[in-house]
Write a protein that binds this ligand. Structure first.
Ligand code: SAH
Ligand code: SF4
Ligand code: F3S
Length: 478
């Protein structure tokens, strides 16, 4: 069995390489079998649900076993060198299956497809089709071309595509939590980052289609949605004016959050990722105003030093970031905050690295995703700066950051012990089928004895009396 995805984080390494399965009645489809495996961020996992929807519409059914598939897709990530290496290793494992079944179509989708384009076909003989993130509507046609003996590539990026009208099939779903893509692409040019090249220009999806998707999910029993974008705070949608009338005012992220929160008070709303330069007090006040908008913000800092932040082209400095954290603490005192950190960026000194550690002490993050800098071809940093921090120094700095975060994660969890938390039951605990698990507002995992009066998808009040390094433990109180 494949694990049920429970993380709401934008980028969760633990989920890399999950195979996705659509729960459906096999009798209803008579077509070929599709297998999709996804790597990278939640946007990619969400895209796989769009891909599955497009192909299920054409009569495909899904399988968990690539060896019995007619079409094998791998939805890839380019964010760091090792993410790409993992995909290449995985492709090798598909070779023997393809040798046994030469009619099998192997496709590379997502960011690595976009980055390498037709070069992929030269480098990996096994691959038949290469498709970038904005070209998934073309998949049925591309598969047909492969069936006719060609190898096919479509890596066109779009300024409009948001797949707004496609109703994603929920893959591997726990039936309670789901992701909704609200925008695509990224217009920031962080110097280390490959995403603007692999995902193209930023565009926001029609808010009506987002609200409709949230409503449909609620009707289907879902109780939590996570709104996804690389920089949700720059969400902006202006409806085209009709019949020469006055155009409607543009919808910003604060307004969108409110619209989704109003779908139903029992529908929890999360979002990711926030950009420190763009997160406004208006957004913070909206979070504070709605009980069902979770008090949790993922606010990647990357570095705690202003000179490094400038080289990274993050467009904020240390003081600006700290002021935004102060604003969060002031407006939403109980808010959980998580972050992303990069160690050993070009020319980072020991003292600058210590500024990152000091920033962590200042904020006391609930959670962090931490990475050693990995130079990506074509990025501004690759063109302008030498990747001059030795690998062992990057790794040592990373260890220091990880150790510090471990202390803070535990410290934050300890502040939640001895309190009652509203928890949405997501399923049985991984460790014991006698226990339920779910998350509190601050996104911490809470485990507690199952109680037959409550089922998956219900909210319960849980009194937590202790914690491990990553989990709160408690019992339901009425
Ligand atoms: N849009 C999000 C980040 C998406 S990528 C944001 O702006 O925060 C997720 C994380 O991967 C980044 O926050 C960064 O910490 C990390 N990352 C991106 N490029 C990287 C690189 N070249 N080397 C190491 N880590 C990187
Ligand atoms: Fe990459 Fe920066 Fe865009 Fe995030 S905001 S996806 S780090 S360029
Ligand atoms: Fe996501 Fe990786 Fe692409 S983090 S946007 S899948 S490069």
């Amino acid at each position: 069995m494949v694990e049920i995805p429970t993380s709401t984080k934008q980028h969760d390494e633990s989920r890399q390489g999950e195979a996705l399965l659509l729960e459906q009645d096999p009798k209803k489809s008579d077509g070929r079998k599709l297998y999709i495996e996804s790597y990278g961020c939640q946007m990619n996992f969400s895209d796989s649900e769009i891909v599955a929807s497009i192909l299920v519409d054409k009569g495909f059914e899904t399988t968990r076993d690539y060896r019995e598939a007619d079409v094998v897709f791998i939805n890839t990530c380019s964010i760091r060198e090792n993410a790409e290496q993992r995909v290449r290793n995985r492709l090798k494992e598909f070779e023997s299956a393809k040798a046994k079944n030469p009619g099998m179509v192997v496709g590379v989708l997502g960011c690595m497809a976009e980055r390498l384009k037709s070069k992929f076909l030269e480098e990996e003989k096994l691959v038949d089709v290469v498709v970038g993130p904005d070209a998934y509507r073309d998949l049925p046609n591309l598969i047909e071309q492969v069936d006719e003996g060609a190898r096919a590539v479509n890596v066109l990026l779009s300024r409009e595509e948001t797949y707004a009208d496609i109703s994603p099939v929920r893959l591997n779903s726990n039936g309670v939590t789901a992701f909704i893509s609200i925008m695509r692409g990224c217009d920031n040019m962080c110097s280390f980052c490959v995403v603007p090249f692999t995902r193209g220009r930023e565009r926001s999806r029609d808010p009506q289609s987002i609200v409709k998707e949230a409503q449909d999910l609620f009707m289907a029993g879902y109780r939590e949605v996570t709104l996804l974008g690389q920089n949700v705070d720059s969400y902006k949608y202006a409806a085209p004016a009709t019949d020469g009338g006055e155009p409607e005012p543009a919808i910003n992220f604060a307004r969108l959050l409110e619209m989704v929160a109003q779908v139903n008070p029992l529908l929890r709303v999360r979002f990711s990722t926030s950009h420190p330069k763009d997160i406004t007090d208006e957004v913070l006040h909206t979070i504070a105003r709605y009980e069902n908008i979770c008090k949790y913000i993922h606010l990647p800092v990357q570095s705690g030093n202003s000179r490094v932040l400038e080289l990274m082209n993050r467009t904020y400095d240390r003081e600006w970031y700290m002021e935004r954290v102060d604003a969060i603490r002031r407006i939403i005192p109980e808010c959980g905050i998580s972050t992303d950190v990069i160690t050993g960026f070009c020319s980072e000194t020991e003292e600058e690295h210590r500024d990152t550690l000091a920033m962590m002490d200042y904020v006391k993050y609930d959670y962090a995703y931490m990475f050693a800098y990995s130079e990506r071809p074509g990025t501004l940093a690759a063109k302008r700066y030498a990747d001059d921090i030795p690998e062992e120094v990057k790794k040592r700095r990373l260890t220091e950051v990880v150790d510090k975060q471990r202390e803070h994660s535990l410290g934050r969890l300890q502040t939640y012990v001895g309190k009652v938390h509203k928890v949405l039951i997501e399923g049985l605990s991984k460790r014991s089928d006698q226990d339920y698990c779910g998350r509190n507002d601050q996104n911490s995992m809470v485990v507690f004895p199952a109680d037959t009066r409550y089922k998956v998808g219900d909210y319960v009040n849980v009194y937590t009396d202790r914690c491990t390094s990553a989990t709160l433990i408690g019992r339901i109180v009425d």
